[in-house]
Write a protein that binds this ligand. Structure first.
Ligand code: ADP
Ligand code: G6P
Length: 462
């Protein structure tokens, strides 16, 4: 088996029991690398006065990592700038929040070059090299320019936007062209792959033949590989002592009320404002149910240097305060809104205690919380997943209660459906969902992508 070199912006190997807020990518890659062996390269999360390319090696939880520090200006232009002020909002259909600055693009190219120059000497002849996410789209091209001949894959963890949105980016063509340096490019859903095909055929004169996408003399393999979770691990976490303790705390705090839970990074793509408004609509339209539910929203802060993230925090603080002010009673708080991370076992226990999970992003590449919630349920008495049709996960999880998160009325109706669903129906839906979550887990995803990558012949240098 070839060694695997994974490259992503964020490298996170938490210690057992440590609380996390790493996002889906880091959680999934830990599981994949632990199985495959190899190296994980990325940004340390630290700042340095002057970039030197010094590599910090570490071993932990069966994974070898190599990380580099970046300069303040790099972080500002590349991470806070092009990645999270330009590409993230644009790829999540939020052109209204997208900022276009040439300096951001310059920083993005510079940091990708720094990644390429630093990781290249660590790559051995037969390694499979797998680059992840929107931070590093040009990395493959830069590695090729440096002479790399290995099989090289790229996976996008966000949506791929419709062509008309993407063309708002001044350098859209350059960005898409750079994807052709890879051998295999992966997306979570058919929707995102279709949009990629549309761009290539309508703006680049390319052709599509099955998984083969050709532009000029270059053909790449573009596939759908929906990411999963380490289901066995999460199911075990949900019955651990820590989970049982967290579940008890939840039950005690709920004092007999039905628990509704949401767990998301504090990000505008997650639809938290609309979720709160949907819950408010439920409270307003169901006076007899008021006081019988308790909604816990866990939302750890994310990308705090970016102003849109500061704004959403202020907005949700105000909104939850307003809703609580209006509906709370001396012995009841409708929304408990918590801005912190929890260890995975605790999270699994919280999920298991909840009768309903609200996973209602406005747009999401996949959404792993939906899968974790299902994996954490008690098979005899499972809860109900309310899932946005705009999450990539909705393509696989058709037995969830699917909602349009923009409609407060639909959200309120979905809550009533979920809270009143008979046990037999809950079990039937859950059995269908867990079968998919078990079968298409993170190892299945990893194998699906790496099989495609391994099938590529090592390229001949011109
Ligand atoms: P994203 O990658 O956009 O953050 P996902 O739903 O795909 O969204 O993945 C989020 C991951 O982060 C999940 O594994 C989830 O359990 C984890 N996570 C989110 N919030 C917390 C939290 N408060 N504490 C611990 N883990 C969290
Ligand atoms: C999403 C992205 C990941 C990112 C994660 C957390 O899952 O697809 O690439 O790592 O969010 O965001 P952060 O900016 O904290 O790395």
């Amino acid at each position: 088996m070839s060694r695997l070199v994974v490259i992503s912006n964020r490298v996170a190997v938490p210690k057992q029991g440590e609380s996390g807020n790493q996002g889906g990518l880091a959680v999934a890659l830990q599981s994949a690398l632990r199985q495959h062996g190899g190296l994980w390269f990325g940004w340390s999360g630290e700042t340095t006065e002057q970039f030197t390319g010094t590599i910090h090696d570490a071993e932990g939880a069966g994974i070898t990592t190599a990380t580099i520090d970046l300069e303040e200006q790099d972080i500002e232009e590349y991470y806070n700038g092009f990645a999270n002020r330009t590409l993230w909002p644009l790829f999540h259909y939020r052109i209204d929040l997208t900022e276009f600055e040439r300096d951001f693009e310059g920083g993005y190219q510079r940091v990708n070059q720094r990644f390429a120059d630093t990781v290249a000497p660590l790559i051995e002849d037969d390694d499979l090299v797998w680059v992840h996410d929107y931070h590093l789209i040009p990395l493959g091209k830069k590695l090729r320019e440096g002479g790399l001949r290995n099989r090289l894959g790229f996976f996008l963890h966000t949506p791929w936007p419709p062509t008309r949105l993407l063309t708002a980016l001044p350098s859209h063509r350059k960005l898409v062209e750079s994807l052709f340096a890879y051998d295999v490019v992966g997306f979570h859903t058919e929707d995102w792959l279709d949009s990629f095909h549309h761009y290539v055929t309508s703006l680049m004169g390319g052709t599509v033949d099955g998984t083969r996408v050709t532009v000029g003399d270059r053909t790449i393999c573009a596939i759908i590989a929906p990411i999963g979770i380490d289901t066995a691990e999460f199911e075990a976490a949900a019955t651990s002592d820590e989970a049982r303790f967290a579940r008890e705390r939840m039950y005690m705090s709920a004092t007999g009320r039905s628990l509704i839970v949401g767990v998301d990074r504090l990000d505008y793509s997650k639809g938290l404002r609309q979720r709160f408004l949907g819950y408010e609509r439920f409270l307003a339209s169901q006076p007899e149910r008021r006081g019988l539910t308790s909604f816990l929203q866990i939302a750890p802060p994310s990308r705090e240097k970016v102003d849109t993230y500061q704004e959403i925090r202020a907005d949700l603080d105000a909104l939850s305060g307003r809703i609580n002010g209006e509906y709370a009673d001396i012995d009841w708080t409708p929304i408990r809104y918590v801005n912190r991370g929890y260890p995975r076992q605790d999270l699994a226990g919280i999920f298991r205690a909840a009768r309903v999970a609200l996973v209602t992003p406005l747009r999401d590449g996949m959404n792993l919380v939906a899968k974790e919630y299902v994996a954490a349920q008690d098979p005899e008495d499972p809860g109900v997943l309310v899932l946005s049709v705009f999450a990539g996960a909705a393509e696989q999880m058709k037995d969830a209660v699917l909602v349009n998160p923009y409609s407060a009325e639909e959200m309120a109706d979905a809550l009533v459906t979920a809270l009143t669903m008979p046990r037999e129906e809950r079990i039937r839906r859950w059995q269908a969902l867990i079968a998919g979550v078990r079968e298409q887990d993170v190892f299945w995803w990893c194998a699906r992508f790496l099989d495609a990558l391994e099938a590529v012949k090592e390229r001949e240098m011109a």
